[in-house]
Design a protein around this ligand. Structure first.
Ligand code: AMP
Length: 416
């Protein structure tokens, strides 16, 4: 009996300035199932390559010879070669009849940070869309060019390969116009200086998961706290974003691992006028040297800070929690009340003391934790008498991109 024709896998690419993350999904069951994920870190210097199979087994892929510093494009080409070779050794993905010129993937989904005002949903990429995304580079100069480079290389290598962009901003296109505005002259608003919001793939994933887990909670007034190295909040009503703590860029809002979050703009003027800061020094300060790292003087990893008995570590955590409670209060006012609070991302999923302190700060709303459930990292961590549902839902942005990609190309295309 001939072997069944299995659909080709979907590749997900999340290309940044210093790392390139990737994952491969099988689509046989009609929903994406992860087969492999990995990352090339240290781009721009000596890159390091890591990959894991879905069972957690480390796979030892290509490492550049010591001292070799291949550029982003060379690393991506090498990654593709390695992936094609690896897939051909796997029973689920080996395609002995595929010609060398045919793409080994049914489609590729890309994380693209900025979709501007035009892109409110994942979008199939063609030359026109890529041009429109290139025009948004000035809005996200640190990320957008790196997101777009692999798209161009894949299109050149396999012109027939379907590619999809999934945007960090798209989920927030439902934010009402007044909440998108800054109090700036209209010409600047017209030039695109407005609130976009980020972490949208994470929020879209959480909105779907919450709807599957508890449709009543998902239909209500929800604040999702994405607390990772980057951190933001999203206010959702019936699963749609109506406001976010991040704004024009991903440096706004909450205090983060190394980013300031909201900062009096007068501080920036003072730094320029009195301290001689230029754009590069400001960028370093706002994005790399501040947040938990800057306030603690120790580092940006919450695990280290929670384990430290240094008073500056304690103060950094106090401020981190204080800013979350303050912002959740603001978003609760926007929502007109709060039915559920969801914690996600590295800190939100793994730091019971932070969840406990944030929830205690929301005691005035009637939020109460079940201490044992919180410690265990259970899905539902509210006490029975809590007036607010409290959840811990692990996020999965790559799975969201794979799901979006499969939905856009359709299961039949994946099988073609
Ligand atoms: P992310 O950006 O979502 O990958 O989150 C990364 C951050 O999560 C790290 O910088 C840590 O601060 C934090 N994190 C991960 N595991 C833990 C843990 N067990 N306890 C506290 N924080 C954690």
């Amino acid at each position: 009996m001939p072997a069944p024709i299995l659909p080709a896998p979907i590749l997900v690419v999340n290309a940044g300035s210093s790392s390139l993350k990737f994952s491969v999904y099988l689509t046989c069951s009609g929903a994406p199932v992860r087969l492999l994920d990995g990352a090339v870190s240290g781009l721009g210097g000596a890159p390091r390559f890591d990959a894991r199979a879905e069972d957690g087994r480390a796979i030892a892929p290509w490492q550049p010879p010591d001292g070799e510093r291949p550029g982003h494009d060379a690393v991506f080409e090498r990654l593709l070669e390695w992936l094609v070779g690896w897939l051909d050794t796997q029973p689920e993905t080996a395609a002995p009849t595929r010609s060398a010129a045919a793409p080994p993937f049914a489609a590729v989904g890309h994380r693209v940070v900025h979709g501007g005002e035009r892109f409110a949903a994942p979008t199939r990429l063609d030359a026109d869309v890529v041009r429109a995304l290139e025009a948004l580079v000035p809005l996200a100069p640190l990320h957008q060019p790196h997101n777009l480079a692999p798209i161009r290389r894949l299109a050149a290598r396999w012109p027939s390969l379907p590619q999809v962009a999934a945007f960090d901003t798209a989920f927030h296109r439902t934010i009402p116009p007044v909440a998108q505005l800054f109090a700036l002259p209209r010409a600047l608003t017209a030039a695109g200086v407005r609130r976009y919001g980020f972490h949208g793939l994470s929020y879209a994933y959480i909105a779907r998961r919450l709807r599957a887990l508890d449709p009543v909670a998902a239909a209500g007034r929800v604040v999702v706290a994405h607390l990772g190295n980057g951190a933001s909040l999203c206010a959702m009503c019936d699963g749609r974003s109506i406001d976010s703590s991040m704004g024009f860029t991903a440096v706004d809002g909450l205090m983060m691992g190394t980013r300031t979050g909201s900062l009096d703009p007068g501080v920036i003027l003072w730094l320029i006028q009195e301290k001689g800061y230029d754009a590069a020094a400001l960028e370093r300060l706002l994005y790399k040297e501040s947040g938990l790292r800057g306030v603690s003087g120790i580092g940006n990893d919450m695990r280290t800070l929670l384990a430290s008995d240094h008073p500056h570590a304690a103060e950094a955590i106090d401020l981190f929690v204080y800013r979350i409670v303050r912002e959740v209060g603001a978003l609760t006012a926007v929502l007109g009340g709060l039915d559920a609070l969801v914690f996600t991302a590295g800190i939100g999923e793994n730091a019971p003391p932070i969840r406990a302190r944030v929830t205690a700060g929301l005691g005035w709303l009637g939020a109460r934790l079940d201490a044992a459930a919180n410690q265990a990292g259970a899905l539902r961590i509210a006490a029975p008498d809590s007036r607010v549902g409290v959840w811990v839902i692990p996020t999965d942005e790559d799975l969201m991109i794979a799901t979006d990609t499969l939905e856009l190309i359709g299961p039949d295309a994946a099988r073609a």
